[in-house]
Design a protein. Structure first.
Length: 102
């Protein structure tokens, strides 16, 4: 059964953005939304993770849990999904540009 899928990208190659527009609408720059099957969603995510290079990506889709959705992330970013007793929380990693004390 098809379900709403959302993919958010940051700093990815243009060819990846073009490939996603074949299946999803680019509603704002690098934010894609559409209704696709789980198989298509998984294939799109495989393409995204293989092509992001230095960029980042987040996938959100509906699932049968307390929050009603699941998240997947790829790339080096400051926010990391953490499972806390069945709820997905977002953890922040410290910035690499933190000033060292003198």
């Amino acid at each position: 059964m098809a379900a709403m899928t959302l993919i958010s990208l940051t700093a990815v190659p243009d060819h990846l953005r073009g490939a996603l527009t074949r299946w999803l609408l680019e509603v704002t720059p690098q934010l894609y939304i559409g209704t696709v099957s789980a198989r298509v969603r998984d294939e799109l995510w495989t393409t995204v993770t293989a092509s992001i290079q230095e960029g980042t990506a987040v996938l959100a889709y509906p699932t049968d849990n307390e929050q009603g959705f699941a998240l997947r992330t790829a790339g080096a970013h400051r926010r990391t999904p953490i499972d806390f007793d069945g709820l997905t929380l977002i953890g922040f990693n410290p910035s690499k540009e933190v000033a060292k004390p003198s």
